[in-house]
Design a protein around this ligand. Structure first.
Ligand code: ZN
Length: 79
């Protein structure tokens, strides 16, 4: 997250993971599920949001072992 030249995918993934983490934090601390509050419990839209956050989390984890091409030169992976 340095240099400010992340590609669109990296930005979207970062935002979604951030939203997901915040939502889980609110669930844990206050018992408030913002996604559920906004979109309803397990409705179509809320499931899409949960799904997207899950996929973003997966991509984020993958980025720990495999750098996105946009991070070339700044991202170091173990070889
Ligand atoms: Zn990228």
């Amino acid at each position: 997250m340095t240099g400010g030249k992340d590609c669109a995918v990296c930005k979207i993934v970062g935002v979604l993971v951030g939203i997901g983490a915040l939502n889980w934090g609110l669930v844990g601390i206050f018992g408030i599920d913002v996604v559920e509050k906004l979109l309803g419990q397990m409705t179509g839209p809320s499931r899409v949001v949960y799904g997207l956050i899950g996929i973003a989390g997966l991509l984020k984890l993958l980025s720990l072992v495999k750098c996105c091409p946009c991070q070339k030169g700044t991202c170091e992976t173990k070889k």
